[in-house]
Design a protein around this ligand. Structure first.
Ligand code: PLP
Length: 434
């Protein structure tokens, strides 16, 4: 098993945090997103305990809500002592409507509109992570109108390629996110921010990418941020008190993906930062990290019912499931790998055959796949298929293509399940259509 919260019960069914996957489908239907709350909490503590112990007071883990944003996640991450990243007014609304304190929100985004800025200021978000000069000017103006001095970080790009897939790396110099250090433009925006009366510059943010399995790229990032911070101190007398290192530790989608020891990686980063600060005489800044995927991905399993078992003689086998790119677009977007199980036949009899197949979704789209060439116990129509590690970037990226209602989402904890997001109905599908 990929994770220790998965097991097989006496009926040969997959269990998720002790709950029978087939019982969940009986109760809530399929497709179904299932989230293991205890695993989310465990993942959160890997960050919060290390960050609290190893970095200066006020350092924090911020949950990157874009990975999985629904009201029910916010009480969990708040009770774990995390702050949260938001990237849109919709995410701000979701967090606040779930009771999450606005002052613990960090507002990201490379195109905050005037209306977004107004909404965030009026909501009282704790910190803006300013992407560009145009945003800075408008934020300064609107904060001034309201008599607010808004805390900000500046998003800079450090020009690091952490060797991940192109569409999921954002720290490169030619990135559409942030302002590059290398070209001198980051210095320009620092100068401008220091002259704005209605913003308080706390420090710098950069995000080098996602699915990073070691500390080295983060240490390189720390070096570049520290050199930049020293330069800004020497030139403008500004001492950054915060470095936000972004998100990105990787998770295991398939058995060949490495296991990341998050606490030991954070310890390596802390060690590297402390030595750099000692060498340069720069006061050790507070550190924020922004994990999304590694908090929720491996806590999630999607359950589908299989409908078709198709053998294209001499070419390829398929199983089709009653969901697909609408609830999980990651194969279509990135050709991501997944581990797939036949949750109905986890303890196969000797006469059951293993089946090499591609898992196709139900959309009218040849790219609608979940995984290619996986091996499972050959299913019969009606078997429940489990796709693992779907807690991040599935629900939050879901769509209604082909007018498919979004699945329900249930949370399991202590052997019990509770509905956290209702399944969409046909009425929901047309509710806004006049
Ligand atoms: C996407 C993103 C994150 C979260 O990345 P994960 O890979 O989900 O941990 C954090 N910060 C920023 C700025 C991001 O864009």
């Amino acid at each position: 098993m990929l994770y220790d919260n998965l097991a097989v019960n006496e009926y040969g069914h997959l269990t998720i945090a002790g709950v029978d996957a087939l019982d969940l489908v009986k109760e809530y239907g399929a497709p179904l997103y299932v989230l293991d709350e205890d695993r989310i909490r465990k993942n959160a503590r890997l960050y919060t305990e290390s960050i609290t112990k190893l970095f200066p007071p006020g350092s924090s883990a911020l949950y990157a809500g874009k990975a999985l944003c629904f009201r029910g996640i916010y009480p969990i991450i708040e009770s774990e002592g995390m702050c949260a990243d938001v990237v849109s007014p919709g995410e701000i609304y979701t967090a606040i409507s779930a009771g999450f304190p606005a002052e613990k929100l960090f507002f990201h985004g490379n195109n905050k509109t005037d209306a977004d800025i107004a909404y965030a200021l009026d909501s009282g978000v704790g910190c803006f992570i300013v992407d560009n000069v145009n945003e800075l000017i408008e934020l300064d103006r609107q904060a001034g109108e309201r008599g607010i001095r808004q805390d900000i970080l500046l998003r800079v790009s450090v020009g690091i390629d952490p060797h991940t897939f192109d569409a999921v790396k954002t720290g490169k110099v030619d990135s559409q996110f942030g302002t590059p250090i290398e070209t001198g433009q980051a210095e320009g925006i620092v100068k401008m921010a220091l002259s704005c009366e209605n913003v308080a510059l706390n420090g710098f943010h950069s995000h080098i990418g996602s699915q990073i399995f070691e500390s080295d790229p983060f240490c390189d990032q720390v070096d570049i941020l520290l050199a930049f911070a020293c330069d800004m101190r020497d030139k403008y007398g500004f001492t950054a008190s915060v470095f936000n290192l972004g998100g990105g530790f990787g998770v295991r989608y398939v058995a060949s993906d490495p296991v990341v020891n998050i606490p030991s990686n954070i310890a390596e980063i802390a060690d590297h930062l402390n030595r750099g600060c000692e060498r340069t005489g720069f006061p050790v800044p507070r550190i924020y990290m922004e994990p999304g995927r590694s908090i929720v991905a491996d806590a999630g399993v999607t359950l589908y019912e299989t409908g078709g078992i198709k053998v294209v003689d001499g070419y390829r086998n398929y199983i089709t499931v009653n969901g697909g790119m609408t609830d999980n677009p990651r194969f279509a977007l990135y050709r991501s790998s997944y581990t797939v199980l036949n949750a109905s036949r986890m303890a196969p009899d000797a006469d059951e055959e293993l089946f090499v197949c591609t898992v196709a979704g139900r959309c009218c789209e040849s790219g609608d796949r979940i995984a290619e060439d996986i091996i499972i116990t050959k299913p019969s129509r009606g078997d429940i298929i489990a796709v693992l590690t779907t807690g991040a970037y599935n629900y939050s990226m879901s769509s209604n293509y082909n007018k498919l209602p979004r699945p329900a989402l249930v949370i399991v904890s202590g052997g019990e399940s509770r509905l956290a997001v209702k399944r969409e109905t046909f009425e929901d599908l047309v509710a806004r259509e006049l």
